[in-house]
Write a protein that binds this ligand. Structure first.
Ligand code: PHE
Length: 450
């Protein structure tokens, strides 16, 4: 059977729109909130080095695989995987990659939208000055109050899902592309503004030591696995978001070059976010607490007591909300593309239906920490790594060679062979380890010392 490429779909306005949209997907709560504190907890600079190695050895090869499958399939992740399996002469089982991706996207969006809702709530809360001059206990009380306020959280969660649904309903070019072109520059400017403030007024030297002093004695086996798992989450890999975006990528654009740019921007944002946040934390003699507390308690305490904290705090929560929004749309797109390309539903009803499911999931998260953690754990530690593993294996071992050649033909032979090695062997091995550790099997087989 010969492969006749389907007619190209209406796509991104330009290569840069694709880069901005994919970077928008990658840069999210994972970069600004999670990366700084897991770095601090896991040995600072040593952890950063391992994380960078994970991005290079696993993240970038899997991202290349995911974009190329999307562009070769030219459809939503489920139908792309089905056609690619058929043209490659392998079992249709591989469409499970698309199916699990749609499910993972809805699961992640459920709890992601609740955190994004907190960020939205903190924009007016900070801008109105209600936290200005408050002491640490009052700031902690304010966050505890929000967490106990089901109705307040519901309003912001609903607003966030509604924005996501509206953008997705507008389609790829106007909705996703337009949002990325408008909001990503704002995000970069806000981040640089915060960095500038921290350079001027924060304890920058302390933050640099905290983030970059390589203390290999604090680096455990589990830290390596955390770094690898985070590489997936932060690059939006393993659930079809990047595949769905790649389906609209122009045929002549280099996939490897583009993946490198996206990964570099994502990593730069994570590092700069750390360099913007920690100087403020240290300048106010605060402990770099882990979890939601870092964003919603520790930082607001610093904002409450610094010059211009009202503006800097508002800018920070605006930045966080924008980062979350451009990621959330990529969580919804695979499923909406699937429903609407099947022709049963238009984009608006499809967005409303799937957004509605995530909305219900978010309500469950607001009322139950157990549901919240179960959705996060299952999607982040099980579905994303499994999806990434299957994507690397399919692209590396199963995809028809002529298709692979058509998508990665621009690579010099040496780099192409390097990608093959990484996608076929190194990435699957690495991801296999994350999966084992996520399921607790590794800890059972190889208990941590001490
Ligand atoms: N990459 C996003 C972040 O860092 C999260 C995300 C994961 C988005 C998977 C889409 C798909 O916050």
């Amino acid at each position: 059977m010969t492969h006749t490429p389907p007619a190209p779909r209406r796509g991104w306005a330009s290569r840069w729109t694709f880069v901005l949209a994919a970077t928008g997907s990658a840069v999210g709560l994972g970069n600004i909130w999670k990366f700084p504190y897991i770095t601090g907890e896991n040995g600072g600079g040593a952890f950063v080095l391992v994380y960078l190695a994970c991005i290079l050895l696993v993240g970038i090869p899997v991202m290349i695989a995911e974009i190329l499958l999307g562009r070769a399939g030219r459809r939503n992740p489920i139908d792309s995987m089905r056609t690619l399996a058929a043209t490659s002469g392998v079992h249709p089982f591989w469409q499970i990659i698309g199916i699990s991706g749609v499910v993972a996207g809805l699961m992640i969006l459920s709890f992601y939208s609740v955190i994004a809702g907190w960020a939205l709530d903190y924009i007016p809360r900070t801008a109105s000055g209600s936290l200005a001059g408050a002491n640490a206990a009052a700031v902690a009380d304010a966050f505890a109050g929000l967490q106990a306020d089901g109705r307040g959280q519901l309003i912001w969660h609903t607003a966030f899902i509604a924005m996501t649904v509206i953008i997705i309903a507008f389609g790829v070019s106007r909705g996703i592309g337009g949002t990325a072109r408008t909001l990503m520059p704002v995000l970069f400017v806000l981040l640089l503004l915060l960095l500038g403030y921290s350079l001027a007024y924060g304890d920058f030297a302390h933050a640099v030591r905290f983030l970059f002093a390589a203390d290999f004695s604090r680096l455990s086996a589990s830290a390596v696995l955390i770094a690898l798992g985070h590489a997936f989450f932060t690059l939006s890999l393993g659930m079809g978001a990047i595949m769905a975006y790649g389906a609209y990528m122009p045929p002549q654009t280099s996939i490897a070059g583009t993946a490198l740019i996206i990964a570099a921007l994502d990593t730069a944002v994570a590092l700069v976010a750390g360099l913007a946040i920690f100087p403020l934390v240290f300048a106010h003699q605060l402990a770099p607490a882990a979890g939601p507390g870092l964003m919603f308690v520790t930082l607001p305490i610093a904002f409450a007591d610094m010059t211009g904290g009202l503006y800097i705090g508002t800018a920070f929560f605006l930045l966080l909300s924008i980062a979350a929004l451009t990621s959330a749309i990529s969580l919804l797109e695979p499923g909406v593309a699937w429903l609407s390309e099947r022709g049963r539903l238009g984009r608006l009803p499809a967005s409303l239906l799937l957004g509605g499911i995530a909305w219900l999931g978010g309500i469950a998260c607001i009322h139950s920490g157990t549901v919240f953690n179960a959705l996060d754990f299952t999607a982040t530690n099980i579905l994303l790594p499994t999806g990434g593993l299957l994507i690397a294996l399919f692209a590396g071992w199963r995809l028809r060679p002529s298709l692979l050649q058509a998508e990665l033909g621009d690579l010099p032979p040496g780099l192409f062979r390097l990608w093959c090695l990484l996608a076929r062997v190194i990435a699957p091995l690495g991801v296999g380890l994350v999966l084992l550790s996520g399921s607790g099997l590794l800890r059972y087989l190889w208990p941590p010392a001490g």
